[in-house]
Design a protein around this ligand. Structure first.
Ligand SMILES: Nc1ncnc2c1ncn2[C@@H]1O[C@H](COP(=O)(O)OP(=O)(O)OP(=O)(O)O)[C@@H](O)[C@H]1O
Length: 275
């Protein structure tokens, strides 16, 4: 295994069940050691599925797939020091308990990285006095991001940054200014950015920021901000999805031949007074 890569995946196709479309389609991914990669992709693109597999949380039966993290097979010889922060984190009773954010962050070493912690608190607009059981899911998600990004990566966490488009989701509920503000804070964070759509990498991890010689310069001008890149990619994802739907194809198999109306259809038919 080439030890230049912290993550090395080849020929990974994954279905959540045998009769559905694959959520990951022949993924080949190489992430260099010491990098911090942001993966951008619409809901359902396959980001969580991929990260769960890399963290050894989902078993892959596909023959021929090679999934190595830190030069170790994630299933046969699972590597230490891999942290996975999924959305289910926010559902965990522990993080919904009556605990103050400052105590919570200290319990995972916040006091050791005070300067970094304080910068993240500013960027993510997190209040140290919040009580975890009294805040919204979006706010809890911000605490999670703070928690996840607080410990310098080169110390313990080698499976780099797990920033997802949830960041955009919670930002949508916020003001545009707020969104750009947070992205400004993240702009210098990644060393690589990648774009996933429908289980594949449209843009494999490419060096960040964009320079006149970088791979991304065919898509974006040099020095384009992370915010603009993420918005552009997500806009393309939405356009692609609309195009697929216009052509009668669902982005994901189910429902195409559905005869039973969905719950929302039942609801709207029942309450449709327009005729
Ligand atoms: N537990 C599951 N069982 C069946 N299908 C699933 C399951 N989890 C995800 N999927 C499907 O796999 C595909 C990829 O989902 P995944 O959660 O990896 O996407 P994502 O990019 O992380 O999306 P999001 O940004 O919404 O979290 C989607 O079509 C989703 O419906």
């Amino acid at each position: 295994m080439g030890s230049a890569d912290i993550v090395s995946v080849s020929n990974l196709t994954y279905r959540h069940s045998p009769d559905v479309e694959p959520s990951l389609l022949d993924v080949n991914l190489h992430i260099p050691r010491g990098s911090r990669t942001i993966i951008v992709g619409a809901n359902g693109a396959g980001k969580s599925t991929l990260l769960q597999i890399l963290a050894g949380k989902r078993l892959v039966s596909t023959e021929g797939a090679h999934i190595f993290v830190k030069d170790r097979d994630v299933f046969r010889d699972s590597p230490p020091g891999v942290t996975f922060l999924g959305t289910e984190w926010a559902m965990n009773p522990v993080v919904r308990g009556d605990i103050v954010v400052s105590a919570f962050l200290d319990s995972v070493g916040g006091y050791r990285h005070k300067e970094r912690r304080d910068r993240l608190l500013d960027i993510l607009d997190v209040d140290l006095d919040w009580h975890m059981h009294n805040i919204s899911d979006g706010e809890r998600r911000r605490v999670q991001l703070c928690f996840g990004l607080m410990v310098p990566w080169d110390v313990t966490v080698d499976l780099d940054v797990l920033v997802r488009d949830d960041l955009l989701n919670f930002l949508k509920a916020d003001s545009e200014t707020h969104a750009t503000h947070i992205f400004d804070g993240l702009n210098n964070f990644p060393t690589h950015v990648a774009h996933m759509r429908l289980g594949s990498f449209l843009t494999p991890p490419a060096p960040w920021p964009i320079t006149s010689t970088s791979d991304l310069v065919s898509q974006f001008a040099p020095s384009t901000t992370l915010y603009s890149v993420a918005l552009q990619w997500l806009k393309e994802d939405r356009d692609d999805r609309e195009e697929l739907e216009k052509n009668g194809r669902k982005a994901r198999g189910a429902r195409r031949n559905e005869t039973v109306p969905s719950d929302s259809e039942t609801f709207y038919r029942k309450y449709d007074y327009s005729h």
